[in-house]
Design a protein around this ligand. Structure first.
Ligand code: SF4
Ligand code: SF4
Length: 309
């Protein structure tokens, strides 16, 4: 038998394969990883956005999450956080490598799930819901902050997924949601808002919490949030404004006023800040900022307490 060829007399143990695959994710820097129930995704995701719509023979969806900001990032003002707030690129590179690892180790076709928008449907519709994959894989639960996934240990993470034709046993979604935190439920009782609702600069979050401190409703005005967080959408308006300007001075002002010049700058340096530059709901979120392993300092302290590195 050639090297790397699967021995059909000794079929793979799916549990061992899963352990090796999730172990790879953690070794490469993910904080959490799991396998989502493919049948559940296929049932919940809308037609055209199911894993099988991209990969007809998909058998498993692997989801992984990397840590969000450093602790220091939360100390800088919003105008600075706009440039370096996110770490999703790290999640994507781990997932990219994972697809290669699974093909090489298990000879099963695998692909890094594109986290991008559906080119036929515009900038608000993703090809796949990476969030749904992560939620069903049990590595995050939907929060009152526009359904951003939160984890009781790691706070908020950035997620990436891999599709594979290798059949792996699925994990279950988390049974308890860390959102709202106790302090958020108390604030809600007093003022009818949680910190994320109160401090969202465009007031696009709303919801309710019952007497037991559980979410009963979450409302999120996506368009208002997108105006703050997805600057690529403003590029067309800036260009239209410049083209329709009545005078050269107005045109120049449209193209060169400081906030619009910043867009050209971000484009020229390839800044991810064009994609998401508002973190105010997470800045005030006790789970995102104070979960036991939410940032590198907390993780290092936990390691020290355990007598580790
Ligand atoms: S990212 Fe900004 S605009 Fe969007 S919900 Fe959070 S605080 Fe509001
Ligand atoms: S601040 Fe965080 S924990 Fe509190 S309600 Fe909002 S998302 Fe949930």
């Amino acid at each position: 038998m050639a090297k790397n060829q699967i021995d059909i007399d000794s079929p793979l143990d799916p549990n061992e394969a899963k352990e090796a695959i999730l172990g790879y994710c953690l070794k490469k820097g993910a904080l959490a990883a799991g396998v989502a129930d493919l049948d559940a995704i296929e049932r919940i995701a809308p037609a055209g956005h199911r894993p099988s719509d991209l990969m007809p023979r998909v058998k498993s969806v692997i989801s992984l999450g990397v840590g969000g900001q450093t602790q220091g990032a939360w100390t800088v003002p919003a105008k600075a956080l706009t440039f370096f707030g996110s770490t999703e690129g790290r999640a994507y590179s781990i997932a990219y490598g994972l697809a290669f690892m699974v093909e090489r180790a298990y000879l099963a076709r695998s692909v890094y799930c594109p986290p991008d928008i559906d080119p036929e449907l515009g900038s608000r519709v993703p090809l796949q819901s990476i969030k749904l994959h992560a939620e069903l894989a049990g590595i995050g639960a939907r929060s009152l902050a526009g359904d951003i996934l939160l984890h009781p240990e790691y706070g908020y993470m950035y997620f990436a997924s891999v599709f594979t034709e290798l059949e792996l046993p699925p994990d279950a979604p988390m049974t308890e949601n860390p959102c709202p935190a106790t302090s958020c439920a108390q604030m809600y009782k007093q003022i009818g808002k949680t910190p994320c609702m109160k401090f969202c600069p465009v007031q696009c979050l709303d919801g309710s919490i019952d007497d037991a401190g559980n979410q009963t409703e979450m409302n999120y005005e996506m368009a208002a949030c997108a105006e703050m967080t997805q600057q690529y959408e403003t590029l067309a308006s800036v260009l239209a404004g410049a083209m329709n300007a009545g005078t050269p001075e107005e045109r120049s002002a449209m193209l060169h006023r400081p906030e619009n010049k910043t867009l050209w700058y971000k484009m020229s340096v390839g800044s991810g800040g064009l994609l998401a530059q508002c973190f105010e709901c997470m800045r005030v979120c006790p789970i995102a900022t104070k979960a036991p392993l939410a940032d590198p300092i907390r993780r290092a302290q936990a390691d020290l307490e355990k007598g580790g590195a």
